[in-house]
Design a protein around this ligand. Structure first.
Ligand code: BES
Ligand code: MG
Ligand code: ZN
Length: 504
């Protein structure tokens, strides 16, 4: 079921519920005045008498109206302090509202959004964005819960009523494209590994993006062998599902001859650890080890849907890390696409190997103006920053500033982590060029992983590495993201591209 979101200046009064929002001064919109009249003074009565509803941020009260009222329910929604009500807060509020409405099994609402006649278009659009993001569901594999009709009731229509409906509608239309990218990324992460493996994943990317005008090239293992991609091939060799590399090109700016932006994603469709096998408990979560690639694919969908005037190349390395008689071993020395040899000291440090080949290839073939990679690379990232911030390693201060700004604007928060030559050196080999485990041991595991990747980056290409191990997957709901795949990375990178690299 899809959620229909629309905006207009006048109410239709054909919905089940009316939502009215208040700041903590309890002042509401002029339109609520007339509604109050129709409700026979009920809203004023509630505001005056209720000791619980104060218009605090996120406060929601759903009241049933008497027969003969224009709606069955009135929903009072608190926006908190006027000066604190930012776009990000608006999105979170939208998410909270969605949950409250679904809990009450309300199917359609009219949202009176005119709190201030000026500047509420943007805030309203963001309430809608948050509401839509929270409404995401992954129920492909669930049989209907019961025969009870009521169990299947879902919110299907939200109509915003506001003076600046045109502003809101236009802004929302753009953000809805980004939401589609987020939903695709979430879907990919949530898919089980028996359904989503490198070959089926490559096909899914084609299905999703080709119709939108994204050029797709898939490298199978034969092509990769010819190209000398020994690192990703080693990771995938233990599996019956052979690896793939998928290259996506979005050429939205036909007038430009500038080098493209490059995005690279780790797509390990399941990470058992390989011969360096992971413990059984919690291993099922390792279906999310393709979260970096999912964000890259979601980003491409968002850019294509909103026809972004920018040229981008994206590449995802897809492999399944399995133990078997054919699997790569600790102590193997492999040769990467760049020609550098890597001694494998732990087959569970596989993401960096997949990325090494993807990073080298994208630089070699496309000479991009900058590279950003995303990967669920290290457990150490979770230890350092948990689920709230994404550790970001950047070679270039100007690039970091752009990313940090985009992170704040999208509420996909980034935290700069140190890139230090010490860790690059730490990943040099003793009998090979590099090795996939640090000589210094397990400390600063996210930083040494970044130090390894650095070996595969040209000196003059600005580069950022986002370790999304903590942010790609959550086990408890957030305001705008239900649990499991979050789609983290799509929103921040869409913002990053829109703010800094698009021709208007
Ligand atoms: N995919 C894991 C990292 C990971 C862990 C992502 C937890 C999300 C949640 C990665 O391939 C891995 O296994 N890393 C090892 C590296 C170690 C062997 C140097 C780790 O973090 O333990
Ligand atoms: Mg691993
Ligand atoms: Zn992994």
């Amino acid at each position: 079921m899809t959620l229909d979101i629309s905006f207009s200046k006048a109410p239709y009064k054909n919905t089940e519920a009316a939502v009215i929002c208040f700041y903590d001064d309890k002042e509401s919109s002029p339109s609520v005045g007339s509604l109050n009249y129709e409700f026979k003074g009920f809203v004023d009565h509630v505001l005056e008498k209720s000791k619980s509803f104060k218009g605090k941020s996120g406060q929601i009260e759903i009241l049933m109206l008497p027969e003969g009222s224009p709606y069955s329910y009135v929903v009072l929604l608190g926006c908190g302090k006027r000066e604190d009500f930012t776009k990000i807060e608006a999105e979170k509020l939208g998410g909270k509202l969605l949950c409250a409405l679904e809990a009450k099994k309300i199917e359609s609402v009219e949202f009176y959004a005119d709190n201030e006649l000026s500047s509420c278009g943007a805030l309203t659009a963001h309430i809608a964005v948050g509401l839509a993001l929270r409404s995401y569901k992954f129920e492909l594999y669930q049989s209907p819960k019961s025969d009870d009709e009521d169990d299947r009731i879902m919110l299907s229509l939200v109509h915003f009523v506001l003076f600046e409906s045109d502003v809101a509608s236009e802004l929302y239309a753009v953000q809805a494209c980004v939401n589609q990218g987020v939903f695709l990324a979430r879907d990919l992460v949530n898919e089980p590994p028996n359904i989503l493996y490198p070959d089926s994943y490559a096909k899914r990317i084609k299905e999703q993006l080709k119709p939108l005008g994204v050029e797709i090239e898939v490298l199978d293992e034969k092509k990769m062998r010819k190209l000398g991609m020994g690192a990703i091939l080693a990771v995938g060799q233990g599996s019956d599902n052979p690896p793939r590399m998928v290259i996506m090109r979005w050429n939205g700016d036909k007038t430009s001859t500038d080098a493209p932006l490059a995005f690279v994603g780790k797509g390990v469709t399941f990470d058992t650890g390989g011969i360096s096998l992971k413990p059984g408990a919690g291993m099922e979560d390792m279906k999310m080890d393709m979260g970096g690639s999912a964000a890259v694919v979601g980003l491409m969908k968002s850019l294509a849907l909103r026809e972004a005037k920018v040229n981008v190349v994206a590449i995802v390395g897809l492999a399944e890390n399995m133990p078997s008689a054919r699997a790569y071993r600790p102590a193997d020395i492999i040769t990467s696409y760049a020609g550098k040899t890597i001694e494998v000291l732990n087959t569970d440090a596989e993401g960096r190997l997949v990325l090494a080949d993807a990073l080298s290839y994208v630089q070699d073939i496309y000479k991009p103006s900058l590279i950003i990679d995303l990967a669920t690379l290290t457990g150490a990232m979770l230890i350092a920053l948990g689920h709230e911030y994404c550790g970001t390693f950047v070679t270039d201060d100007a690039l970091w500033e752009q990313m940090e700004r985009a992170g704040k604007a999208s509420d996909e928060k980034l935290w700069r982590m140190p890139l230090d030559k010490v860790w690059k050196k730490d990943m040099e080999g003793t009998i090979s060029d590099t090795q996939n485990m640090a000589k210094s041991g397990r400390w600063a595991g996210s930083c040494t992983a970044a130090g390894f990747l650095w070996h595969f980056i040209d000196d003059d290409t600005p580069w950022a590495h986002m370790d999304i191990a903590g942010t790609a997957w959550i086990k408890t709901d957030k305001d705008i993201a239900p649990k499991y795949g979050t789609g983290f990375g799509v929103r921040v990178l869409d913002r990053f591209v829109a703010e800094n690299y698009e021709q208007s």
